[in-house]
Design a protein. Sequence first.
Length: 133
Amino acid sequence: KNLGQNIFPKELVIKVKKNGKLAKNVKVSLYGTRAGGRYNKRDVYPEPYRVYTTDRKGEVRLNNLYKLYHPDSNDPNIPPKTPKDLFPYSYWFSFIVEASDGNNKDFSWIPDIELQKYYLLTENDEYTVTLNL
């Protein structure tokens, strides 16, 4: 029961380092990728789905990863469904994560299957990604 919800780790931890040290107050943006549909190809949606700022520990901690990848139709910052369906399947297949301090940027790609595979193989509730500015 609820297999889709139960195959994600409990938390995604995004750490941002600058000069080898964890950096606070860094902007972290998540850009979702869409499946191809009638009106668009497989692509990265140009507007960020979510924008965060690292905490004093230099981290962004996200939970409910199932919902992150499966947004509700009324969630903010998702592509429109009408008049043209620009969000086929209503599902983000992966995220491009961008960390930026205004001068420097780093990126990571987090496909849903990577989180699921990691969780199923390790049973570790926390998946960590580190970006370096």
